[in-house]
Design a binder for this molecule. Sequence first.
Ligand code: SAH
Ligand code: SF4
Length: 427
Amino acid sequence: MNISDSEIVASILKADGYGFTEDVKSADIVFINTCSIRENAEERVRKRLQYFKSLRKKNPALLICLLGCMADRTTTALLEEEKLLDLVAGPDSYRHLPQLLAQAGTGRKAIDTILSVDETYADITPVRLDSNGVSAFISIMRGCENHCSYCVVPSTRGQERSRDVVSIVRETRDLFENGYREVTLLGQNVNSYTWEEGKGQITFADLLAQVAGVNPIMRIRFATSHPKDISDELLHTIANTPNLCKAIHLPVQSGSNHMLDLMNRKYTREDYQERIRAIRRIIPGCAISTDIIAGFCDETEDDHKDTLSLMEWVEYDAAYMFKYSERPKTLAADTLTDNVPEEVKDRRLKEIIDLQQKLSFANNQKDIGHTFGILIEGISKKSDNQYFGRNSQNKVAVFTKTQSGPGDYVNVKITGATSATLLGEVV
Ligand code: SAH
Ligand code: SF4
């Protein structure tokens, strides 16, 4: 999400005549695009800002600018206490950056953190930053209104809004024509994508079908699906469209009904299991990944065991696993107590991570002997003689280089696997 936002910012600034440098020491302006989803993200930002402040000692004209979710909550405190920032722009204020920069350049602090109800940056073609030239992100929605009790997103990124379908399809086509072969459509809850068009309502399944229609060799992925509204219609669309990737990220957060209720997730363990059965039935061979939070408010040992047992039941291919961190202005911060001791959170998180490693390893072992269509992304970090790429299930495969190159598809037979990577040979 933040990479996608940085690319929009880069586009707005480029149109205003700014150039880019990878070398922070030679920059006149530095932007830090922030996330406040968990506390440690905020701590990293503070450290980075201190570093930028040290650069300002050598270059007093350096403008330090904060973008994104932290822009809202910490603006005043940071500005006043630490004199670190010249400019602060929230996620819906990027179009105003040229004016804000002009103001900051005269020595007056520039702040714009107003959230919008309709900004989607639909007309802005992002400048691809740090791109491999093969895969790219396309933002299709902004904001979120689900109000999961632990989550700061609804307060930092505002109301949910969908971007128009025509501009999404156009951006996909432009990327294809520029050599890209994979796009990931991004939104906090893509299943609630909706767009009014002449004849009627465009659903997320309709959007996926249109984007997949750009070209059959353009792979399409998406994130994130909320379990409460991932529909059979969507699953059938994925099953019936070869270039819609067979990988679904379905964050469960917890396997305990008590936790799911306190988290305000609006589904039960049983509802979630029903959706997993539907995925397995409608899209055989589909990979399933998830997000899990360890140590949420009031979590007991039994609740934690429910999470472990659900993980075993689903046999997830991959998971992002987090320790609960209380965020200001969330339902949980206002109405619940962050009462699981830190060491218990750590231990539970470790048990979750260890189990997931076992599950990933077992799942990857099952792929040995199978052949997958792999989209080559680049040269493997470990060896110049090897490429890495992904299969439709979003698993990374490493294999000896052939004449093909990044952006090409090759068939790779899997001969070995770790918990993180498939190893194989082109056949
Ligand atoms: N919109 C997506 C997720 C966005 S945030 C969804 O609902 O699935 C990505 C993940 O961060 C969440 O799924 C959750 O697992 C984690 N997360 C969010 N708030 C958190 C918090 N306060 N503490 C720990 N993890 C959190
Ligand atoms: Fe946060 Fe829930 Fe919205 Fe995801 S769906 S962004 S976890 S409020």
